[in-house]
Design a protein. Structure first.
Length: 360
């Protein structure tokens, strides 16, 4: 019905309607932005733009609690708490007693995880090494003593080999590898990496994409939960179908050799306050992925993904995403056509992008 009306209305009338709606929208926003109550009323009655996010956040919270019971391959709770233990271990000065509020929860989560077939062995080893280090330095309280007992009873068999070298625990900064990259070399890489929209029609090797993704996984994330994954579409027909879901790809989507969909996972959090971390953490990793791809001879282009219901629903169906996962962005990847044009895209510098914080 709406599409029929759109076709029936003359173009001048459409422009008038759009101008009127824009005028009304600008003035209503001034009124409803006066306080939080009015803002909530606006998005409850006059605009439903955030409905999908609300639903995804609630589905994420529900999925978080289901995952705590299932403990399949990874656990956001275990990852978060082990990282909190690491931060306590490197504190200066280190407290004699710390992590008392969550150590019992952490040990029980670890003990459940290690009994699950298919659980990530690297995640288990990291948790075990950090827990060993923690119990070797912390002083006992009734709670810590109980956690130590439960951890020891469940881990005796694992610790039978005294010759194993432990590496998955905090270490001195002096042990970080020396960087062979100068600032000038890094700046050259930044200048080299441009958003490339035209590609040679040749397949992108699996191992190069995986190398770039593995490099991306080294990016920081809040409490090391890494609430994202990369869905790779290498069949050109599927890559084009995915890219066409996004706005701004008209005219070049048809020749993309591969597309990576960056997907945020809201099941990593039990509270609404953390809902934006999927975008922050996934974006940090995505930039690292694109820079890594450049060093492997591959070109990339991040494709914006605004929150548009119809596009989100379409891509969710194509990728069969659960309700608690949200698309963060798309990244085209392939061998760039040397003859393709690159937008100059002048960047802000100095005072246009930097502001000094005053002492007062």
């Amino acid at each position: 019905m709406i599409s029929v009306l759109r076709k029936a209305i003359p173009a001048p009338a459409k422009r008038t309607i759009h101008r009127t709606l824009d005028w009304l929208g600008a003035r209503s926003v001034r009124v409803f932005s006066a306080n939080r109550w009015l803002a909530s009323l606006y998005y409850c009655v006059f605009s439903r733009r955030f409905d999908r996010e609300h639903l995804a956040v609630l589905k994420g919270r529900a999925a978080y609690h289901r995952a705590l019971r299932a403990m399949e391959r990874t656990s956001p709770l275990l990852r978060r708490n082990v990282h909190r233990l690491e931060k306590g271990l490197i504190m200066r000065p280190r407290r004699k007693v710390f992590a008392e509020a969550f150590i019992l929860e952490t040990v029980r989560c670890y003990n459940r995880a290690k009994d699950r077939p298919g659980y990530s062995p690297d995640e288990l080893r990291w948790a075990r090494d950090v827990l060993d280090e923690y119990f070797s330095v912390v002083e006992d309280t009734p709670t810590i003593s109980k956690a130590r007992k439960e951890y020891g009873e469940a881990s005796d068999a694992e610790h039978s080999d005294g010759n194993e070298i432990r590496m998955f625990k905090p270490y001195p900064m002096s042990e970080c590898p020396a960087s062979p990259v100068s600032f000038e070399q890094l700046a050259t890489l930044f200048v080299r990496r441009r958003s490339v929209r035209w590609y040679r029609q040749q397949p992108v090797p699996d191992d190069l994409i995986q190398k770039a993704i593995n490099a991306a996984s080294l990016a920081p994330s809040a409490c090391n939960r890494q609430p994202f994954r990369f869905v790779v579409a290498k069949a050109p027909a599927i890559a084009t179908k995915i890219a066409e879901c996004a706005g701004g790809t008209t005219g070049f989507a048809h020749q993309l050799p591969a597309v990576i969909v960056v997907v945020g996972d809201l099941s990593a959090y039990p509270k609404e306050r953390d809902r934006h971390l999927i975008y922050i953490d996934a974006s940090l990793a995505s930039m690292q992925l694109m820079l890594a791809a450049e060093t492997l001879g591959l070109s990339t282009c991040p494709i914006n993904w605004p929150d548009v219901d119809l596009a989100e629903e379409k891509l969710q169906r194509i990728l069969k995403l659960p309700g608690h996962e949200r698309v963060v962005m798309l990244i085209s990847i392939g061998y760039g056509d040397p003859e393709s044009g690159i937008p100059y895209s002048q960047k802000k510098q100095n005072s246009l992008i930097t502001q000094e914080c005053s002492a007062e």
